[in-house]
Write a protein that binds this ligand. Structure first.
Ligand code: SF4
Length: 334
């Protein structure tokens, strides 16, 4: 019997024992959907001095190849690349670089609505920090969600404030939760009808969704810290989570610490084991949009095992199978 036939995880149609982004997109739009990264020249309060200078110690700030290109040009370039790889049913313009709710409101609004009108755009996805959510931004997001479904992605990385100081995140977990709840209130209002219809797959119809990013292997963190972060994130009931392994990139401040042997990175086996524990703690219907970061950057110093992304994902599948476990099996125990 194939693994998929004995998979106890209810939202899967394969051997995957967690809710992958591809599966979510298939349920939502009927096929493969690709994200197209866009850069609209936003900066970050942790870089320009309003919250801190220099950014998070792993952040690679640099010039973007998108500079000088319009949203439409960036989107077309992205779509052409994706079309060579997959037969997609649609695209998600993704405001990815830096903090994309931080800047002139007129510029943000114009950029979001332009993205919503792009050909074959199915949703708009906006990455930002939780301390960059003002009432004016919420108003723009609400209007945007009337035109197209919207996802907002927030970088938490860790709920441990001691680690947040080490990585120079420049906002506390309490600050994160405050910003998150502003978005959560908006989410509840926009999706009010959908929450109440009682269908098991109703979450795929939401017009406004929230995603939290976390990083495993930050300096000084033990397994318990990483499990606590995912458990704190799960209590906020995000629609999606992205789990990344810490990457050490050339030219970052964390590269100096790493090269001076001031902390140790997780090896692949430790990462797989911790990530499986985290998947078990999540709510069953939370989309696990990533189980590892993209280790393909040219300037990656370590860990080099993250370059084999498919192998990491396969090892997670094997480990969940070996444990006879799946997403949500330990939800609510922490
Ligand atoms: S919040 Fe994001 S963009 Fe800002 S410094 Fe940290 S990693 Fe870089």
């Amino acid at each position: 019997m194939a693994q998929k036939d004995i998979n106890p995880y209810i939202y899967s149609d394969s051997n995957k024992r967690y809710l992958t982004y591809d599966r979510y997109m298939k349920m939502r739009f009927g096929g493969k959907v690709a994200k197209v990264p866009l850069d609209i020249g936003c900066t970050c309060p942790n870089i320009d001095g309003s919250a801190g200078y220099g950014g998070c110690i792993y952040c690679k700030n640099g010039s973007s190849s998108a500079i000088g290109k319009t949203i439409d040009e960036q989107y077309q370039n992205g779509v052409n690349v994706m079309n060579r790889k997959w037969n997609n049913v649609g695209y998600i313009p993704y405001f990815q670089s830096n903090s994309n709710t931080y800047g002139s409101l007129a510029h943000l609004e114009k950029s979001y609505f332009e993205a919503a009108g792009l050909k074959n755009a199915l949703m708009v996805d906006i990455a930002t920090r939780a301390d960059c959510i003002s009432q004016e931004v919420l108003d723009i997001l609400e209007r945007l969600s009337e035109k197209i479904p919207v996802t907002v992605e927030l970088g938490l990385q860790t709920s441990n404030d001691k680690t947040a100081d080490i990585i120079n995140r420049c906002h506390s977990y309490e600050d994160f939760v405050k910003g998150y709840y502003l978005l959560d209130n908006l989410r509840n209002r926009i999706n009010a009808d959908i929450h109440n219809d009682g269908e098991p797959y109703s979450f795929v119809k939401k017009r406004f969704t929230l995603c939290i990013h976390i990083i495993n292997g930050l300096p000084g963190e033990m397994r318990e810290d990483m499990l606590k972060t995912v458990s704190d994130a799960a209590k906020l009931n995000p629609d999606m989570i992205k789990i990344h392994m810490l990457h050490i990139l050339k030219g970052t401040r964390i590269a100096d610490l790493y090269l001076r042997n001031e902390f140790k990175l997780l090896d692949k086996e430790e990462y797989v084991s911790i990530t499986c524990d985290q998947i078990e703690l999540l709510p069953p219907e939370c989309v696990v949009a990533r189980v590892t970061g993209d280790g393909l950057e040219d300037d990656l110093i370590a860990p080099l095992w993250t370059r084999r992304k498919t192998q990491v994902a396969n090892d997670i599948d094997k480990e969940l199978f070996r444990r006879n476990s799946y997403q949500g099996i330990n939800h609510n125990i922490m």
